[in-house]
Design a protein around this ligand. Structure first.
Ligand code: FUB
Length: 324
């Protein structure tokens, strides 16, 4: 499906949008790309982000976008090494918790929490990362007062360095035909600051109930988890990384298993594709990014939005990533 798309922040480079409605208002929490001059490589060193902004918009496709400025900076995070990647924010009892991945001083991705009294920040980081955290791309999902984080990413996201929540001696990728490396889900403690349990794998099954395999690169999880509910079903969505699809799988509870359903969006301009899905004022939206305005420089991405539709059976109608 070709659909009208809108660039939301044309004067700056923003990526990896996480979007939530708090008190009836829509807030966007993106990564903040910039030209740091670091050469592109498979570790993602060129994604050398160092702060976050927050945005809000009332009329998603037409209205003015408000920029609340810098709300968290690596200089304020005591354990910071480098690279602030995709964050997300949750609200509990009037406080706002920002979850962010960042490499520590040993160049290992961990996840931190920063707290604010307002959805627009500023966010004050905790002195240490979440105990037992690893990898990237936290996406928070709340249900019945319980909060869950979906996370993980391959290659530069370091997920291949872990098995059963333990660090491996060497990064290990499954052989062809073996189940793909899974995303993870973990419940948060009541104070929102730690993991309440060991992270668990998210199983994505094919149409025969078999795990999607590592060599099925058009469908297997790579990074950029998101969770939303539609008509009582749980929609786990993600990027396939090196094949550049945004895909989704559905299940009956937040932990899965999930059955693969199809593509949300075909590849965009730029290597990465990343998104969030939200209902706002009776319409569904896909927030995402591409590198078209920067002429395809994959580390300089621009925030975009379009409407998303379902068919009668609840399948998401695939959106064309390219505009022409
Ligand atoms: O922005 C850096 C990384 O690129 C994100 O963490 C991934 O999801 C990809 O969008």
């Amino acid at each position: 499906m070709k659909t009208k798309k809108r660039y939301l922040v044309p004067n700056d480079y923003m990526a990896d949008p996480s979007v939530h409605v708090f008190d009836g208002k829509l807030y966007i929490y993106p990564s903040h790309d910039w030209e740091s001059g670091i050469a592109e490589n498979d570790n993602g060193d060129h994604f050398n982000m160092k702060d976050y902004h927050v945005f809000s918009v009332d009329d998603v496709m037409e209205g003015e976008v408000t920029d609340y400025g810098v709300v968290l900076d690596t200089d304020d995070i005591p354990w910071a090494g480098r690279q602030l990647w995709d964050c997300d924010v949750a609200c509990k009892e009037g406080k706002y918790y920002m979850y962010f991945p960042l490499k520590d001083k040993n160049d290992i991705f961990r996840m931190g929490v920063a707290i604010s009294d307002s959805p627009t920040g500023p966010f004050k980081p905790q002195p240490d990362p979440i105990r037992g955290s690893y990898s990237i791309d936290p996406a928070v999902f709340e249900e019945d007062g319980s909060y869950y984080i979906y996370f993980g990413g391959l290659w530069g996201g370091q997920l291949q360095r872990y098995c059963d929540n333990k660090a491996l001696e060497c990064a290990t990728f499954p052989a062809d035909g073996e189940p793909a490396i899974p995303a993870r889900i973990v419940k948060l403690t009541d104070d929102m600051l730690q993991f309440a349990e060991e992270p668990k794998p998210i199983m994505i099954l094919d149409e025969n109930g078999m795990p999607i395999t590592a060599d099925d690169t058009e469908r297997r999880f790579f990074e950029a988890s998101w969770m939303h509910k539609y008509n009582g079903k749980y929609y786990f969505s993600y990027s396939t990384g090196d094949t550049h699809n945004l895909c989704y799988a559905t299940g009956d509870n937040p932990y899965g298993p999930f059955t693969y359903q199809g593509k949300i969006m075909t590849p965009v301009v730029g290597w990465t594709t990343h998104h969030s899905i939200i209902e706002y004022k009776g319409k569904w939206y896909l927030f995402h990014h591409d590198s078209a305005p920067s002429g395809g420089r994959t580390w300089l991405r621009s925030l975009k939005v379009c409407e998303l539709e379902y068919d009668k059976e609840g399948h998401i109608i695939t959106i064309e990533g390219l505009d022409k």
